[in-house]
Design a protein around this ligand. Structure first.
Ligand code: PLZ
Length: 414
């Protein structure tokens, strides 16, 4: 940690002051031999596990053949195969095209580029409680100022912020959001709405049923595009390939990353063919996008989800977490809300009044879990959410053990 402090800027944060040496099967082990139960999955990345055998083998095999050519210079098949998979798995049976980048932020950036190009319009709608990355467009779209935006302006122009549907807090109803779009931004100005189907960093907020579909219908009626940021929710995390499926919504553009690469960096953009095919050659791309190691890993991760029935596993893990956490809530008034879908579940902690956010309690519960060897993450615009994102390779026993630690940490802090 001393070397870290001397060599790195303080702006790069650390949740735990430990250094990992190996990770698998829902356990992260550090240099001192401490073993942590992993309820974080590297922020929703290692959906198939931290060293899933198919991913490890595929990457090892690829690294011996070549590490890089740049797909735009001399293409390779695995990149095309990942795009075919994304086209097949993303919602809707329309004609699609995909291409690959290095991160979630880069994926979102590209969806905005495409939307502005094909609509010829400028305005982009984002939401409070939204998170879309740390690049200029990513942080502009992001709702929370501290720590993501504070001091980093000026931000990109023509981004308008609407209210996200937040059932527990009773804010962001569809009618007022649509009225904001019509009256304040102007329907004919809107290129796209960028939305997470479940707000991730914002605290696993599951919008009111029908809210997402309402946004989608408004886009169709007004010539705007719906961009689903499925960076955190996608690739099986919620028990379906994409969280939009729970609401029957078919977006025009989908951004993916995180779980797609089985731990290797990769992001994807999937778009309606007739839209993205308008863009001139050379308008999209990047040096490392769809690196051969990342593509090999992505194909292996997707195969693992398919072959090991991990969509059902995500749903089962979610059912276990919801049951256990709801039981804790029944005897603990400081748990204001239990919510989420699949292996993406959170609790929102509040004061005795049942609604005022309690970030201090949240920090203290998370710290207690960490010192008892359970990796949990906090979230939420008010810093009062603890989120659970286990790898889908975790055993029932470990999950149970981890939730037991959470239960104890909560019970001793009433
Ligand atoms: N869109 C929905 O959740 C990344 C952020 C970690 P990158 N979330 C974790 C941090 O503190 O920066 C995220 C996301 C959604 C976009 C992103 C950005 O993805 O791969 O981190 O760029």
């Amino acid at each position: 940690m001393q070397r870290r402090a001397a060599a790195l800027p303080a702006g790069v944060g650390t949740t735990l002051p430990v250094f990992a040496v190996r990770a698998s099967g829902g356990i992260v082990e550090d240099v001192d031999g401490n073993r942590f139960i992993d309820l974080a999955a590297g922020i929703a990345v290692t959906t198939v596990g931290s060293s899933a055998p198919r991913v490890v083998d595929a990457v090892a095999e690829q690294v011996g053949r070549f590490t890089h050519t740049c797909f735009q210079v001399t293409p390779y098949e695995s990149y095309v195969a990942v795009c075919e998979k994304l086209n097949a798995l993303t919602p809707g049976d329309h004609d699609k095209r995909s291409f690959l980048v290095n991160s979630g932020a880069e994926a979102v950036e590209n969806t905005v580029k495409i939307a502005r190009y094909v609509t010829g319009r400028d305005a982009i709608i984002a939401f409070d409680h939204g998170f879309h990355g740390r690049t200029l467009m990513g942080m502009t779209l992001t709702g929370k100022v501290m720590p993501y935006k504070q001091g980093f302006g000026p931000f990109a122009p023509e981004v308008y912020r609407a209210q996200y549907s937040y059932p527990f807090r009773g804010t962001g109803d569809l009618a007022s959001t649509l009225s904001f779009l019509d009256k304040t931004v102007g329907a004919s100005q809107v290129a796209a709405i960028v939305v997470e189907p479940i707000a991730g960093e914002g605290g696993f907020i599951v919008p009111e049923p029908g809210w997402l579909a309402g946004l989608s219908a408004w886009c169709q009626d007004n010539g705007a595009l719906l961009i689903a940021d499925e960076v955190q929710t996608g690739i099986g995390r919620t028990g379906k390939w994409f969280a939009c499926e729970h609401e029957g919504v078919v977006p025009d553009l989908v951004a993916t990353a995180k779980g797609l690469g089985g731990g290797l960096p990769i992001g994807g953009i999937t778009a309606r063919a007739e839209l993205v095919d308008q863009i001139h050659a050379g308008g999209l791309g990047g040096t490392f996008g769809g690196n051969p190691l990342s593509c090999a890993a992505a194909l292996a991760a997707i195969e693992t989800i398919e072959a090991d029935g991990l969509l059902d596993r995500a749903a089962a893990i979610g059912a276990t977490m919801l049951r256990r956490l709801a039981a804790m809530q029944a005897s603990n008034p400081r748990i204001g809300d239990v919510r989420g879908r699949g292996a993406m579940i959170a609790i929102e902690l509040v004061d005795a009044d049942g609604s005022t956010p309690d970030p201090e309690l949240t920090k203290s519960v998370a710290a207690a879990c960490h010192s008892e060897g359970v990796l949990v993450l906090t979230a939420g615009s008010y810093g009062n959410v603890i989120r659970f994102l286990p790898p889908l390779s975790i055993s029932d026993e470990l999950l149970d053990d981890g939730l037991g630690v959470v239960e104890k940490a909560l019970a001793t802090r009433l």
